[in-house]
Design a protein around this ligand. Structure first.
Ligand code: NAD
Length: 459
């Protein structure tokens, strides 16, 4: 384990390097982003293998959700960086004449990125792209619970970038807490709300700004006016992707009572279609990250009626795609984010009931609504609050890099992706530039006789 002095030295040396201005020119930012993309392309197979070892992740999911998205984020940053780094000119009031005013984005300095284990590659690298694009130095602390990916990220970054510029420091919560003792210019944390509070508390001691990308229970409302087969497919895909261990997975269903039995039947068929009769043998179905989470999830299988799945293989940390009906809001499964392949079903008669149910709980990271009825869509958009909403699909909003991604209150603070990442890691400095010519002296004392002129000229 790294000693505290070592961590202090790394942070100090990054600040010294930052002040040399080497990370800040547009050309260097672009070069570093290109180099990062090159490195990712050259390590695609290793990344996939590490994700397979850590999470039993299929090559397909690794490519789509961990590798491709990161490459797209880099492409997007490279395409737009020239525009993003420009100062934005704003108007000035008449009494300031002659003057110009502009808002200048500036890198914040040395930033800390702490990432989780569920998408262990992309959730460490996506914020790094924003940090590089905005011209910062960065320290990354990947999750210790996905050790193969953590090691690989450390290898890729530490071998190819100067430690004074970007450094990966591996380790668990002790290392994380040591890092949090240091003064950073920004802390970007992705993880659970409970650890998010610890991070924010540590940041508050130094008044460091934070972005907290957290989780929570994202509800999925299914109303009548839908294409049932497509809906079932999109729910099953979003829920059981990565064995349910996605922050934006639909956590539970709120289904219109009148279509419930048809929807459940369709979900049953789709699970079979996607993962076969025996999902444990499917190459496309993942495993639970470790025994602790396997035990935690197993305990959620009752009470309620398991209508699909419920099969466990403890030696493999395997839980089959599971659907539980007859859920009461008081059941433990409805307390915290499930973060696993278990889908509880609740039903409603009127959409307003579903909305009230959601509004009585913490604001979610995502809300999903399946309904083709414009009035219902409008009602949900206007009467609920969440990090984001996706209508007639699940999870797909995450891949739209022009949409800022983040939560609200318990599901997170701040956002990123695309320009939102650049903004997160930039300080927008307000600049007023005045000229020496034309000075009326009206604002200077003595004020005698000047008030009437001020009122007449400026109102
Ligand atoms: P976690 O909060 O347990 O850990 C996240 C990071 O914090 C890890 O790097 C870990 O080493 C570190 N950490 C753990 N304990 C700590 C402590 N006491 N002090 C300081 N640092 C500590 O989260 P996790 O289990 O890795 O990930 C799952 C959670 O992350 C879920 O709640 C999920 O919804 C959320 N998540 C959110 C997003 C998002 O983009 N909003 C994405 C993925 C996961």
């Amino acid at each position: 384990m790294l000693k505290t002095e070592n961590i202090q030295t790394i942070v100090k040396e990054q600040y010294q390097y930052f002040l040399l201005g080497k990370t800040q020119t547009l050309k260097i930012r672009q070069q570093n982003l290109k180099q990062l993309k090159e490195l990712i392309i050259n390590h695609e197979t290793e990344i996939s293998e590490a994700l397979d070892k850590d999470l039993g992740k299929s090559k397909f999911e690794s490519y789509l959700a961990e590798i491709r998205i990161v490459k797209k984020e880099i492409d997007n940053a490279l395409k737009n960086l020239r525009k993003w780094v420009k100062s934005r000119y704003v108007s000035t009031p008449i009494e300031q004449f002659p003057a110009t005013a502009f808002i200048q984005p500036q890198p914040k300095g040395v930033v800390l990125i702490i990432s989780p284990w569920n998408y262990p590659f992309s959730l460490a690298i996506m914020p790094l792209i924003g940090a590089i694009a905005a011209g910062n130095c960065a320290i990354i602390k990947p999750s210790e619970l996905s050790p193969n990916t953590s090691k690989l990220i450390a290898k890729i970054i530490n071998k190819n970038f100067e430690p004074n510029y970007i450094k990966v420091i591996e380790g668990g919560k002790e290392i994380s807490q040591q890092l949090l003792q240091e003064k950073f210019a920004h802390i970007f944390f992705t993880g659970s709300p409970s650890i998010g509070k610890i991070v924010m508390e540590a940041a508050a001691k130094q008044l460091t700004p934070v972005t907290l990308e957290l989780g929570g229970k994202s509800p999925c409302i299914v109303d009548k006016n839908i294409n049932l087969e497509e809906t079932a497919k999109r729910i099953v895909w979003g829920k059981f992707l990565n064995a349910g261990q996605s922050c934006v997975a639909p956590d539970y269903l709120l289904v219109n009572q009148s279509i419930k039995s048809q929807l459940l039947e369709a979900i049953k068929q789709v699970i079979k279609e996607f993962y076969g009769e025996e999902p444990a043998q499917s190459l496309d179905y993942g495993r639970i990250i470790n025994e602790y989470h396997f035990q935690r999830l197993s305990a959620l299988l009752s009470p309620g009626n398991i209508i699909i799945g419920g099969k466990l293989i403890p030696e493999e940390n395997y839980i089959s795609p599971t659907v539980i009906d007859n859920i009461s809001p008081e059941f433990p499964i409805m307390e915290d984010e499930i973060f696993g392949p278990i889908l509880p079903i609740l039903n409603y008669d009127k959409l307003e009931e579903a909305i009230t149910f959601i509004n009585e709980r913490p604001k979610p990271l995502a809300i999903y609504l399946f309904s083709n009825d414009q009035k219902q869509q409008k009602m949900v958009l206007e009467t609920t609050t969440s990090g984001g909403i996706c209508i007639n699909d699940t999870v797909m909003q995450y891949g739209v890099l022009t949409l800022p991604f983040g939560g609200i209150e318990k599901s997170g603070i701040g956002s990123y992706h695309g320009q939102a990442s650049f903004d997160t890691f930039s300080h927008y400095k307000s600049v007023l530039k005045r000229s020496f010519w034309l000075e009326t002296n009206l604002r200077f004392p003595p004020y005698k006789g000047k008030l009437k002129w001020i009122k007449r000229l400026l109102g």
